[in-house]
Write a protein that binds this ligand. Sequence first.
Ligand code: PBG
Length: 324
Amino acid sequence: MLFPDYRGRRLRANHNFRRMIRETKLSRDDLILPLFAIEGKSVKKPIESMPGHFQLSCDHIVSLAKDACDAGIPAIILFGIPDKKNPLATRAYASDAIVQKAVQEVKAKVPEISVITDVCLCAYTDHGHCGFVENGIIDNDASLDLLAKTALSHVKAGADMVAPSDMMDGRVAEIRQTLDEEGFSHIPIMSYAVKYSSAFYGPFRQAAESAPQFGDRRTYQMDPANSNEAIREATMDIEEGADIIMVKPALSYLDIIYRLKTEIDLPIAAYNVSGEYSIMKAGEIMGWVNAKDLIMETLLSIKRAGADLILTYSALDVARELKD
Ligand code: PBG
């Protein structure tokens, strides 16, 4: 059909027509809110690089979990900033460590919200890498036990789902096996299966105090140039027992989200990461863009590309804006 038989503007003419033919809708059901937990009481320390976000002690984590729940958000994901870092990342899996305490408190006080935990070692190791390091090398296989121990300790504290983000090979299988052996075969794993080595994580590393102290993460996170490799990574994690496959970051990788949506059959999550958030907030502070509209448009584009779930620092604002 060509003009003048077809006139695209007919169905764009008013708000109701646009609503009626809208192909993609963002819903509160799609959103996961990331929060940063820190030791102490009544601590709410602003994260400079992420306006509107804070390092929060457990009491504040509980109150934000309540706000998220009231706004209709189904889940939060917790990151921890430990009291001490060491080579074996012991504060990642201790039963009285920060994430474990935060999970316990949220589940006791806001049981309706689901709590996901990020499983990684980078915030807990003194060198800031996501795995166990020996002689300057990130040792894949030696990291697996520590990661599985971390996941198990989160689940024992009450986590409803675990999300390994370290990009060591074989960690989903190791975590699945450990959880199954310990009686947690019902706990799902959301794997950061397709995680690129990205400059967009900069603000997060300030938030989580997790910047690597030597080198970078390119020996374990993916090369941004690769697309077929995303399929291999996702396929491997599905075979190892992942229940949800995540792509991270989101905005520069919409093609990857789309490919995975069409080529694999599991729910897809996308992480609208710290740099994506901070750039928009910075633009707003400069008075150059309307961050609210920009955020809505970008989250919609992530959904349109094929994401079923979106982890976003804007979750609370967006959920309050959405009606369902
Ligand atoms: C931990 C982890 C990172 C993010 C989530 N989990 C940082 C990294 O890999 O350096 C990034 C999240 C964000 O930028 O918002 N490995």
